[in-house]
Design a protein around this ligand. Structure first.
Ligand code: ZN
Ligand code: FE
Length: 267
């Protein structure tokens, strides 16, 4: 393990959330229900850093949740299962491309991690069958490459309309929800966001905070839902100032989203 390896932790009486950097810019997450001691892992970019963190904390692994089929979210699974066997949860709709699932999930399903309820959302767009996991009792949502910190995932498989509908499902989560997304992309996301929403004071402040955090090697993920609503251009299709800035005052929200996503693709 490199000497600069670090994780970031949110700990309350009820739960512990550990953010683990993997590969070059991915994040995996451990969520522990502190009442039962049950632990879930969200995504497995690589086994090494996740094993190290579980072993360092002396935690067993009870559930593995997969958000989508891309290699940088599942590649470490076979190796991890050899030492930390646990049932694997993922999208029924994408079972053919995911590793073998023990629990197949669809939109609207719920399940439990100890005393915590987990709500399943189909947030297709980046891929078809991409899931998000919302855990109200932990004030955390695991969104991987759907809703991302100050961005959203590239549309490899879905249409802009589909991704817009997926983001609409997430936009009403409470302000204090921590959005646990899949990558450290906020430096480039901030440059783009300012290009379509240049007069947004909250966004300008967030861009400064991101620069400071990265200069100090701190993570900018997870992020608060309140901050995403105030600054993430992909959640702001209905904002008059953003619409005016891109010359789409009279378009529908979905059309504005499609245009912003298109601009990001060639930014
Ligand atoms: Zn992906
Ligand atoms: Fe990814």
């Amino acid at each position: 393990m490199p000497s600069d390896h670090h994780v970031e932790v949110v700990e309350t009486d009820s739960h512990t959330l550990v953010t683990i950097p993997c590969l070059s810019d991915n994040y995996a997450y451990l969520l522990r229900d502190n009442t039962s001691g049950n632990v879930a892992l969200v995504d497995v970019p690589e086994a090494g850093p996740i094993k190290a963190e579980l072993d360092r904390r002396g935690w067993n692994l009870n559930q593995i949740w997969l958000t989508h089929h891309h290699y940088d979210h599942i590649d470490g699974l076979p190796k991890l299962l050899k030492t930390h066997a646990a049932p694997v949860y993922g999208a029924r709709a994408d079972a053919a491309r995911l590793p073998d699932l023990d629990v197949s999930l669809s939109e609207g399903d719920t399940f439990a991690l100890g005393g915590l309820e987990v709500q399943v959302f189909d947030v297709s767009g980046h891929t078809i069958g991409h899931l998000a996991f919302f855990v109200p009792g932990a004030k955390a949502a695991f969104t991987a490459d759907s809703l991302m910190a100050l961005g959203c995932g590239r549309l490899f498989e879905g249409t802009p309309a589909l991704m817009h509908a997926s983001l609409e499902k997430m936009r009403d989560w409470p302000d204090d929800t921590l959005v646990c997304s899949g990558h450290e992309y906020t430096v480039s996301n901030a440059k783009f966001a300012l290009s379509v929403d240049p007069d947004n004071a909250d966004l300008k402040q967030r861009a400064k905070d991101i620069s400071t955090a990265r200069a100090e090697n701190r993570f900018t993920v997870p992020s608060l839902m309140s901050l995403e609503r105030a600054t993430n251009p992909f959640l702001r299709s209905n904002d008059p100032a953003l619409r005016a800035a891109i010359g789409m005052a009279d378009a529908t929200d979905a059309e504005v989203f499609a245009e912003v996503r298109k601009r990001k693709d060639s930014f």
